[in-house]
Structures are given as structure tokens and as C-alpha cells.
Design a protein around this ligand. Structure first.
Ligand SMILES: [Zn+2]
Length: 166
């Protein structure tokens, strides 16, 4: 994603805060089979990306994920798109098992995976925060990012920036 790396220092800032607060970190990732339906070659809308097991699908080493991070792989079925980290994964089960109440969501892209993850988290009963500066959108259609943020807030997400955190 163009300039996607811009959010890394912000993600690392929050990861450090969560470490201090002994928060649990779950890292969701696209983990697509080579013939995933979202790829242009299969008639989808995205260039092929995040093919499971490849270097490109790994988290960047610049991201300071804690040693005890729980990795959640999603969109692993060739015939199904999953933008939300909750869709077809054990994320909800694992959050409940860890007695999580507050969920803080950040990453790529605001208008797709972040938005869908935030909305699912709200619908599943978590108090949900959207970390704006640690997220970035695509804006395939101009205004998508703005509309996505409004939609998340209308559903009950709390928008947070580094400056007003805690
Ligand atoms: Zn994908």
C-alpha cells in the first residue's frame, strides 16, 4: 500500500503503551492463497498481495510486536474475502478468553480491514477505539476514508490520536 509504512512509528508508540499497561496484542494479517478471489487475476479488485508463506506476507521487522503477540491470519479461503479480523478467525474467542473489554484497532486500510474490524468489534460488544494516526486509508473512491471514519464513529467507535491518548 502506498506510504503504508508511515504508520509504523505510531503503531510502535501504541505498542509500547500497551506493553507498559500489560495489554494483550493481536496482530491480524491477510494470509491469502495464491488463487484468492480478491486478486485481479481471479476477477477481484486488488493486485495479488499477502500470499501465505511469502516474505511479502510477513509483518515488517520495523514493527515492534511483543514476543507474546497472537497472530491472527485471515482471508485464507480462496473463495471468500474477509476484511474484518473477526471474519472466519478465532479472534473473538481469544479476546473473550483473555477477558478483553476494550479493543484498540489500527492498521491498513481504514476504509477496508480497519473499518470492518472496528464495526465487528462493536457488534460483538467490545468498547472499541480507532487509532487514527496509526491507520491509513486507500480512498479508491475519493471520500471513502472520511466516510469510513464517520461510519465507525456513528456505530460507537471512539476516535483516538496520539495527542489525546490517556
Ligand atoms: Zn487481502
Amino acid at each position: 500500500m502506498p506510504k503504508g509504512e508511515k504508520i509504523i512509528p505510531f503503531l510502535n508508540y501504541y505498542l509500547d503503551l500497551f506493553k507498559k499497561a500489560q495489554g494483550k496484542v493481536f496482530a491480524t494479517r491477510d494470509w491469502h492463497p495464491i488463487n484468492h478471489l480478491s486478486f485481479k487475476e481471479q476477477g477481484g479488485i486488488w493486485p495479488s498481495h499477502c500470499i501465505c508463506g511469502t516474505k511479502e506476507a510477513e509483518f515488517t521487522p520495523k514493527l515492534k510486536l511483543p514476543k507474546n503477540v497472537t497472530v491472527i491470519s485471515k482471508a485464507t479461503d480462496p473463495d471468500k474475502e474477509s476484511y474484518s479480523g473477526f471474519d472466519g478467525t478465532e479472534l473473538c474467542k481469544k479476546l473473550k478468553k483473555n477477558k478483553v473489554i476494550n479493543v484498540f484497532v489500527a492498521g491498513l486500510a481504514i476504509d477496508y480491514c480497519v473499518k470492518n474490524t472496528v464495526i465487528d468489534a462493536i457488534n460483538l460488544g467490545f468498547k472499541t477505539f480507532f487509532l487514527k494516526d496509526a491507520s491509513q486509508g486507500i480512498d479508491v473512491n475519493p471520500g471513502d476514508v472520511k466516510r469510513s471514519i464517520e461510519m465507525m464513529q456513528n456505530k460507537g467507535a471512539i476516535k483516538v490520536k496520539k495527542q489525546n491518548f490517556f
